[in-house]
Design a protein around this ligand. Structure first.
Ligand SMILES: Nc1ncnc2c1ncn2[C@@H]1O[C@H](COP(=O)(O)OP(=O)(O)OP(=O)(O)O)[C@@H](O)[C@H]1O
Length: 273
């Protein structure tokens, strides 16, 4: 038993960059097709500890497909995905569970269970992966509720009783339930008014700064890209066509990147900076 629990937590040795940051997720040569429709071809991606990586690309470019692929939720034709230095395909079942626990996900529409309260929603991953007494799970869920800036009274509310911004925060609290290293956020500010969206961005930046969280954010929100993303990756032509800081995006000659980051809305953000 002792050996089994040891194996459960035995993870790999991730590669590091020149600043000594660990590579939390390393995807190589990823290809995905649906029938004859090739969506991703030989795509490479590294995600480094502590960064907020924004993923953009034209509608239909494959952002959701890539997200689902790196989360092992949809099949790929080829390619390897290492999480914390472990190749998911060759990992033992226990290592896979340990890896799954290191990742949190906030799907686009919050995806809370409507029949469960906020507290119960946050406890879903705890019930799935941990064996804790109810009182401890209640305590831990309340800590997550506070962490995402919700009031303790929110714990007993159902999703239908929450505003859009509160749903996103509750879903984020659930994504953080197991203290993951990396959270995936799919369009986290879509559907929020600009003030709630800006507050959500601030929360993400705060969690990165205080918890050392690493964030993979699919977004169309230029405000988020300008205000919180350390690095931006642009998906197009079946792979990452440009990646870098917002400054790099503004300097890029790539036609889609130019029109996206030099559009009217982007120009007003550049002026405001
Ligand atoms: N299960 C599937 N079966 C067949 N084709 C699919 C499937 N899932 C996605 N696709 C196709 O893959 C392509 C990429 O879709 P995807 O949803 O990843 O785009 P996206 O970049 O996330 O777009 P958006 O910004 O509009 O959400 C699209 O052409 C889509 O029709």
């Amino acid at each position: 038993m002792a050996n089994q629990s040891h194996e459960h937590f035995k993870l790999g040795v991730p590669k590091t960059d020149e600043e000594g940051r660990e590579c939390i997720l390393e995807a190589r040569n990823i290809s995905v097709a649906f029938g004859t429709h090739q969506v991703l071809k030989s795509l490479d991606l590294d995600i480094w500890r502590g960064e907020i990586l924004g993923f953009v690309g034209a509608s239909g470019a494959g952002k959701s497909v890539l997200l689902r692929t790196v989360l092992q939720l949809s099949a790929r034709q080829e390619g390897t995905i290492k999480i914390l230095g472990i190749d998911y395909d060759t990992a033992t079942p226990r290592q896979r569970i340990a890896l799954d626990m290191r990742l949190g996900v906030l799907f686009q529409h919050g995806a809370l269970f409507s029949a469960l309260t906020v507290l119960e929603n946050i406890q879903v991953p705890m019930r799935e992966y941990l064996d804790l007494p109810q009182a401890l799970m209640d305590e831990l869920a309340l800590v997550k509720i506070e962490l995402v800036g919700l009031r303790p009274e929110t714990a007993s509310l159902y999703p239908s009783e929450l505003s859009g911004g509160m749903i996103k925060r509750a879903a984020l609290a659930r994504a953080l339930a197991l203290d993951p290293d990396l959270v995936f956020l799919d369009e986290p500010t879509s559907g929020l008014d600009p003030i709630s969206a800006a507050e959500f961005d601030e929360l993400i930046a705060k969690l990165r700064d205080t918890l050392g969280l690493t964030v993979y954010m699919v977004t169309h929100d230029l405000d988020s890209l300008f205000s919180v993303c350390d690095r931006i990756a642009v998906l197009g032509n079946k792979k990452i066509i440009v990646e870098g800081t917002i400054k790099d995006m503004l300097a890029s000659d790539e036609p889609w990147v130019r029109s996206y980051f030099h559009g009217k809305r982007a120009r007003s953000l550049v002026r405001a900076k």
